[in-house]
Design a protein around this ligand. Sequence first.
Ligand SMILES: Nc1ncnc2c1ncn2[C@@H]1O[C@H](COP(=O)(O)OP(=O)(O)OP(=O)(O)O)[C@@H](O)[C@H]1O
Ligand SMILES: [Mg+2]
Length: 381
Amino acid sequence: MKIAIVEDDINMRKSLEISMSDYDEYTIKTFKNAKDALKGLDDSYDLVITDINMPGIDGIEFVKQLDGKFDVIIMTGNATLSRAIDSIHLGVKDFLLKPFDIDTLLDAIKRESVVQKVIASAPKKAKKTLKDDFLGSSKALQKSLNIANKAAKTDASVLLLGQSGVGKEVFANHIHKNSLRVKKPFIAINMAAIPENLIESELFGFEKGAFTDATQDKAGQFELANGGTLFLDEIGEMPYGVQAKLLRALQEKEVRRLGSAKAIKIDIRVISATNANLNEKIKNQEFREDLYYRLNTIPLSIPPLNERKDEILEIANAMIEQNCKKYDFELKSLSQEAKAELLSYSWPGNIRELISVIERSVILSDTQEIQLEELYLENRK
Ligand SMILES: Nc1ncnc2c1ncn2[C@@H]1O[C@H](COP(=O)(O)OP(=O)(O)OP(=O)(O)O)[C@@H](O)[C@H]1O
Ligand SMILES: [Mg+2]
């Protein structure tokens, strides 16, 4: 197994190099910063272990730039909640709290290696997405679902609010699938994932020659979504300048490609989502109040998982069943202690975190009954 370790602290780096050199089964390469690692990493690596607090590109930004290409374990001295949530959002597999001894690190690496092997051995069925089957049936969720179902039948703009991983995208899909637009496209665009200077051309398209790289005409997402639903994810990250253009497009129901004078009629329903506090952003003049009102015809808050505790075990059991099928295991169950832990843990990463914790514990548990320790939640607290 070839492992990259990214750590700015020279003592920590050297001590990891020395202690890991005793193990022939691991080839270790250390990097003193994320920039070097980004240059040096290639397909030959199986795992990346990175510090979070580093000068230059920090660990979270680094993981973002890896873009899911590697499995990542994070080691951190002071895990703040928001960074833990960011790492879960980015699909980080494990956390190590500094200081840790080498056995803790080895255990984490071994777990990762087992998980990778099991995942690789699973039959390559089309990956089942949960996008349109809702799990969970708490009262709190039911309330949001009722609003969503009513909104679905209309063309009103819906603004989905809620913490990372609560299911905003799942709701957006659900609304589209239950609307009259279901046969038309559902197009999602994530403001946080597109470089700021490209958002406008992505949304509205461009004519050949509109800017240096515009070698041919291109339709924007607005046009592509015509007749259907446009999902504007992480709307709070939309650059202020583009917000005015978005508002105009929504009000006039037409768009102009960059570099073109021709208006194109569009008929779309807009769903937007954010986990940011838009009122705060409006106060700081980062978000336009007029756009906020245009997007927020129907505000829909999705409660965090820790306010939906009554569905934790239901989702966990459904995920256990699904994963046991996927990996061809006999059906597993949760021990009483494991259940109690799932119910008392705070789930900062919400359903996304629950799903990933369950998948790992299904893979890693030694017996048919998943034990408390096999949830590996203790480093997250
Ligand atoms: N009710 C649900 N039933 C089943 N799976 C769910 C449910 N809610 C969310 N999920 C799953 O949880 C994960 C996170 O959901 P989703 O991407 O919709 O969250 P989000 O609110 O958009 O998060 P973020 O703000 O981080 O983008 C996805 O894998 C999704 O399929
Ligand atoms: Mg989302």
